[in-house]
Design a protein. Structure first.
Length: 477
C-alpha cells in the first residue's frame, strides 16, 4: 500500500472537486492513516501554508459531507512545491524519496508526453505508480506514442489510465446485474435486444471549462472514453474472474469487434451539433460561440451521437447508440437496454405492448424496468415501471480509484491496448468530422438537442415516454 501521492496540476479543478474530497472520504473510512502524505505541484508561486489554506477552502466547498477531522487530516498531510512539469529537476524534487510514490497527472493531455519524458530523466523510486486522466492521447497516433513512453518508465500494471465512470456503483452494476441474475444473461444478446442507448445528456453548459473543452469537444470528451467504457461493460462476454487480466481482456475483445464506420456510415450514423443561446430553467445561456474562451473557427461540437454495430456472435443485429450533449433541457444519464417486441398479442386486448426497456440510471443511481401489464380494466394493457433505488456508495468514484492506485489494483483502469482500440473505433468519425463531411447542426440551449431525423424510429421515442424523466415528445432522444 503506497502512502505517498504527488499531484501535478494540483491547484486545478480536478483536485478541488474530486481528489481532495476523495482523500477525505478515504481518511474517514479508515483507508488511509497518519502516514499518508500528499504533495501538490503546480506553476503557482505558492508555499505549503497557502496550499493548505486552499485545500481547506476546497474541502469546505466540495467535501462538506466528510467529517471535519478527516478534512483536517488531509490538509495537515499536504505540502506544496512549485514545479514546471517539463523540467526534470523540478519533477525530481517533487517525487524525491526512497519509498514508492503514486504520481497523478492532473494535467491537460497535451502535457502528458512532456511530463512522462521529465519523469524518465528524474527517475522514480521502485514500485511507484503513474496515474493519467482521460483522454489518453489526442488521437490514435499520439496514444501509441504515449504508450511507448510509458512502457519505458514503469511496467504496464503500474500505469493507471483512470476513468472515474468505471468506479461508479451503477456502472459496475451493469455487469453485476447481468452476471448475478439467471433471468438476464440467457437473453442478453441480439436475439432479444434490439438496441442499447448509452446517454450522458446534461443541462450544464461550459461552466468555465472553455479552455479545455473547446479543444476537445463532446466526441473526445465523452464518447471516446466514458461511453465506450460503458459499451464494453454492456457487451462483453462474461469474464472468468473480475481480476484485471480477465476483465480487461474481455473489454478489449468488445472494442476489437466494433465494425469501423465507412464515410457513408459516418454521414448517416453520426451527428454533431452545438448549442445556440437559450434558457435552462431560470438561467439565460449564451450561444456556445459566444462563451468566453471559445474560438468559433474550431467548429467544436457540444453534442455528439454515434451508432455502432459489433461483429460478434452475441451482438450481430443490435444497434449501440452513444450520445452526449451539453446545455440540454434535462439531465438524462443512463444505459437503456431496449428489448425486441413480443411476436404476438392475444386478440382483443386494448392498448399497445411497447418493448421492454431496462434502464441503468447513472446519475442519480438506480434501475428501472419498463414493462406492459393488465391495468385496472380487464383486457386493457397498461405500462408498468419497476424501480429500484441504490444505496449510496461507501466511497465516491474517485475515492475508489485512488484506493485502487495505492493498493496496486489496476482492474478498473484502462490498459494500453484498450486505450488504442478506443481511438481506433472513432478515428473514422474524427477524420470525417475534420473534413466537414457531416454538417455541424445547432440546437437552442434548454432544448432536447437537434431535431430528430425523419427516419428515426417512432417506437424508440414512444418508449422513452415511459421513463419518468424522459424528454418531451418534441425533443430528440
Amino acid at each position: 500500500m503506497i502512502d505517498r501521492l504527488a499531484v501535478f496540476g494540483a491547484t486545478g479543478d480536478l483536485t478541488a472537486r474530486y481528489l481532495l474530497p476523495a482523500l477525505a472520504a478515504l481518511r474517514a473510512a479508515g483507508r488511509i492513516g497518519d502516514g499518508f502524505r500528499l504533495t501538490g505541484a503546480s506553476r503557482e508561486r505558492w508555499g505549503t501554508d497557502r496550499f493548505r489554506d486552499w485545500c481547506a477552502d476546497q474541502l469546505d466547498r466540495h467535501g462538506g459531507a466528510c467529517p471535519a477531522d478527516a478534512r483536517r487530516a488531509v490538509v495537515a498531510s499536504a505540502r506544496y512545491r512549485q514545479a514546471d512539469v517539463t523540467d526534470p529537476a523540478d519533477v525530481a524534487a517533487v517525487v524525491a524519496g526512497d519509498e514508492p510514490i503514486a504520481v497523478y497527472l492532473a494535467l491537460p493531455p497535451a502535457l502528458f508526453p512532456h511530463m512522462v519524458t521529465a519523469l524518465h530523466e528524474a527517475g522514480l523510486p521502485p514500485g511507484s505508480r503513474l496515474v493519467l486522466e482521460k483522454p489518453f492521447g489526442e488521437d490514435l497516433a499520439s496514444a501509441r506514442e504515449l504508450n511507448r513512453l510509458l512502457a519505458g518508465l514503469v511496467p504496464e500494471q503500474a500505469v493507471f489510465r483512470v476513468d472515474h465512470f468505471l468506479a461508479m456503483t451503477t456502472v459496475q452494476n451493469v455487469l453485476g446485474s447481468r452476471l448475478a441474475n439467471r433471468v438476464l444473461e440467457p437473453i442478453w444478446n441480439s436475439t432479444h435486444i434490439a438496441e442499447v442507448e448509452i446517454v450522458w445528456d446534461e443541462t450544464l453548459a461550459l461552466e468555465g471549462r472553455a479552455g479545455y473543452y473547446d479543444g476537445v469537444g463532446a466526441l473526445k470528451d465523452m464518447l471516446q472514453n466514458h461511453l465506450l467504457q460503458l459499451l464494453c461493460l454492456v457487451a462483453m462476454e462474461p469474464p472468468i474472474t473480475l481480476g484485471e487480466r480477465d476483465l480487461r481482456d474481455r473489454k478489449v475483445d468488445v472494442l476489437r469487434s466494433v465494425r469501423l464506420l465507412t464515410d457513408y456510415d459516418v454521414l448517416h450514423r453520426t451527428r454533431r451539433a452545438r448549442y445556440l443561446s437559450g434558457r435552462i430553467g431560470e438561467h439565460a445561456v449564451p450561444a456556445y460561440v459566444d462563451e468566453e474562451g471559445v474560438d468559433p473557427g474550431r467548429r467544436t461540437e457540444t453534442f455528439a451521437e454515434v451508432e455502432l454495430e459489433l461483429d460478434s456472435w452475441r451482438w450481430s443485429g443490435t444497434t449501440f447508440r452513444l450520445r452526449s450533449g451539453k446545455a440540454l433541457g434535462q439531465d438524462r444519464k443512463e444505459v437503456a437496454v431496449r428489448f425486441r417486441a413480443v411476436p404476438h398479442l392475444p386478440f382483443g386486448h386494448e392498448g399497445e405492448a411497447l418493448p421492454n426497456v431496462l434502464r441503468f440510471g447513472l446519475e442519480p443511481e438506480g434501475m428501472t424496468l419498463d414493462m406492459t401489464g393488465i391495468g385496472a380494466r380487464a383486457q386493457a394493457l397498461t405500462q408498468l415501471s419497476l424501480t429500484a433505488r441504490m444505496e449510496p456508495p461507501d466511497l465516491p468514484a474517485y475515492g475508489r480509484l485512488l484506493l485502487d492506485v495505492m493498493k496496486g489494483d489496476p482492474a478498473l483502469s484502462i490498459r494500453g491496448d484498450e486505450a488504442e482500440e478506443s481511438w481506433r473505433v472513432l478515428t473514422p468519425v474524427l477524420s470525417a468530422w475534420e473534413r466537414n463531411t457531416v454538417p455541424l447542426e445547432e440546437y437552442p440551449a434548454g432544448s432536447g438537442g437537434p431535431p430528430p431525423r425523419p427516419h428515426e424510429g417512432a417506437q424508440r421515442r414512444r418508449s422513452d415516454m415511459l421513463h419518468p424523466e424522459a424528454l418531451p415528445d418534441d425533443g430528440h432522444h
